[in-house]
Design a protein around this ligand. Structure first.
Ligand code: TIU
Length: 228
């Protein structure tokens, strides 16, 4: 069964059996007060608005039987998998508003972006269910130092429907990594958002520039229509 969704720069055509939904980093640390994103000064209202559309896409993906992959950015408690470039960019800036760095204890009592901590986990609205994959990643991209590529190859997946936060950071890094690995990617524009509106707009433009430099962009109603 071949389905087609209205998208930019042209229709995104996919076979559900070969398509995975990737939910990037819908973690409390990026969406809730006192989390890593909040402490960075991120626009939480925007990222929170992407949850409803993402939940709608997830619901239908489950009904249709798409492969579902959730990702979480974070580090093991000893931070041995956290590169110094991630740590020092916050710690070395004397006038930074970042008062707590990765691994430090945030206002919620959780250590920021540390695996096993409450704020590191996925938000209640988008919790995985049995049979879905959860990828713990140390980087922005979901392919770097993870088992994601092998999981997708094992499942004969060729097409990715991508949602998540933040658009300008982990979402587009993952989409670009996927594009280099040969996956056809569509980003669902209202099921993703970031901390700076201009960054989101530019990120979406770059994906579809030049007849799809990195892939496709559509909105949630366009991706839901052929699945319904
Ligand atoms: N800072 C920021 O915008 N994002 C991240 O650090 N990670 C993700 O995007 N998930």
């Amino acid at each position: 069964m071949l389905l087609s969704a209205d998208a930019k720069p042209y229709a995104f055509t996919f076979e559900p059996a070969k398509t995975a939904l990737i939910l990037v980093d819908f973690q409390r640390d990026f969406l809730e007060n006192g989390g890593f994103g909040d402490l960075q000064g991120g626009n939480l209202a925007a990222v929170q608005a992407s949850v409803g559309p993402a939940a709608a896409v997830l619901k239908l993906a489950r009904r249709v039987g798409l492969t579902v992959v959730h990702t979480r950015e974070g580090h093991e408690p000893g931070l041995r998998d956290c590169p110094t470039c991630k740590l020092t960019r916050l710690a070395n800036a004397p006038n930074s508003k970042h008062t707590v760095v990765i691994g430090g204890v945030g206002p919620s009592g959780s250590r920021l972006l540390v695996r096993g901590e409450h704020m590191h986990d996925l938000i209640d609205e988008l919790k995985p269910i049995p049979g879905e994959f959860v990828i713990d990643k140390p980087g922005k991209g979901a392919f770097y130092a993870t088992e994601l590529h092998q999981i997708l190859v094992n499942g004969a997946i060729s097409h990715l429907i991508i949602v998540g936060v933040t658009t300008e950071c982990c979402v587009t890094t993952t989409l670009r990594e996927a594009n280099d690995r040969g996956f056809e990617c569509v980003l669902v524009s209202d099921a993703t958002d970031g901390y700076v509106p201009e960054f989101k707009a530019a990120s979406l433009e770059m994906i579809t520039f030049s007849e799809g430099l990195f892939g496709y962009v559509c909105n949630s109603s366009s991706i839901l229509a052929p699945l319904e």
